[in-house]
Ligand binder design. Structure first.
Ligand code: ADP
Length: 320
């Protein structure tokens, strides 16, 4: 089941005015019925989660279809040209993606109050929420999920898209325990494959060292996603992120100096430890490619389950 709270109706005025005055983003409320671009009626069932500007609702269609609607209040974006541009870029990039391990983006449309993205529903919720509930994954389960994370990421890279915010909070599971990578809010579409990006962005625990510190202004590229894949692998196996600290500056210091350790108590195979080390190479040129990661001995030194049961969102299955 999704990590859902009750759906909110529309009672925007006082909160909305306060939020606007305080400069905080105005969170959207969902009307009791939303009409999409085909005039199909959708009814909110629950709130699935929320991010910077957006709130994501579980919606029901007229024939029982279930979707996730990402809603953004227009007031939150109307005063900033750059926020509007980022929203359009997210729509353009996410809509162009089509892969079984990437959250399906069906359409973007608007009504008077909000912009909506109609997305494939991932009722298992985010892998971060699942990890918090149940702790680290076993190596066979991690292989199962990593194969799909790598496949989704490889598809983006083939299409010249760098995600730039890969993290367990942006990786979802559908009802069949299939991995779906979402949130293209920081993604970049390269004009040519050798283009370098300069914008410092990402999430502290998952951010690559060349994004934090770039003294020669060389910029970054696909390798930043490979780094995040390394942080994801570590986090799935250990149960916490490798550079975890309370303050962002201290996290950055650890990332820049490559200071992390894999606890002995984590009972991770030698192959697993070595793969983490290979991926978390400080120098982006020394990191393996996604294909090299897929071909790493870690994937064949132990079992890969053909499927992971839905009960694995609550705890490690007994036979894994
Ligand atoms: P933001 O870009 O504002 O961070 P996200 O796209 O990450 O917003 O979504 C915020 C939260 O909504 C996620 O953490 C997740 O809990 C939920 N969510 C997002 N997309 C889906 C989806 N397709 N299916 C189910 N839940 C989703």
């Amino acid at each position: 089941a999704a990590t859902a709270t009750a759906a909110t109706g529309s009672a925007p005025s006082p909160t909305k005015k306060r939020a606007a005055r305080s400069g905080k983003p105005v969170m959207p409320t969902c009307p009791p019925v939303v009409l999409d671009e085909n005039r199909t009626e959708w009814v909110p069932k629950a709130v699935l989660g929320q991010g910077g500007f957006a709130r994501v609702f579980h919606m029901l269609g007229p024939n029982g279809e279930e979707k996730a609607f990402k809603c953004i209040n227009k007031d939150a974006v109307k005063d900033s040209k750059s926020t509007r541009a980022k929203l359009l870029a997210e729509i353009m990039i996410h809509k162009s993606m089509n892969h079984p391990n990437i959250v399906g983006f069906e359409e973007a449309f608007e009504d008077e109050a909000n912009v909506y993205f109609r997305l494939e529903l991932c009722s298992g919720g985010s892998m971060n929420d699942i990890l918090k509930r149940r702790g680290a994954y076993s190596e066979p389960e991690t292989r199962f999920f990593m194969i799909q994370i790598l496949a989704g990421c490889q598809n983006m890279h083939i299409n010249s898209v760098i995600h730039r915010d890969l993290k367990l909070g942006n990786i979802f599971l559908d009802s069949g325990m299939n991995v779906k990578i979402g949130d293209f809010g920081l993604a970049a579409l390269l004009k040519f494959r050798e283009e370098r990006k300069k914008t410092k962005c990402g999430t502290p625990n998952y951010i690559a060292p060349e994004v934090i510190e770039d003294p020669n202004h060389e910029g970054h590229s696909f390798e930043v996603d490979v780094w995040s894949v390394g942080v994801i692998l570590y986090t799935l196996l250990v149960g916490s992120t490798p550079f975890q600290m309370k303050e962002v500056d201290l996290i950055y210091e650890k990332i820049k100096t490559n200071k992390y350790s894999i606890p002995d108590s984590a009972r991770i195979s030698q192959e697993g430890r070595e793969l983490i080390k290979k991926i978390l190479a400080h120098n982006p040129a020394e990191r393996p490619t996604l294909i090299e990661i897929m071909n790493d001995p870690w994937f064949t030194c132990g079992p890969v389950p053909p499927y992971v049961p839905a009960s694995a969102t609550a705890g490690t299955p007994h036979d894994m």
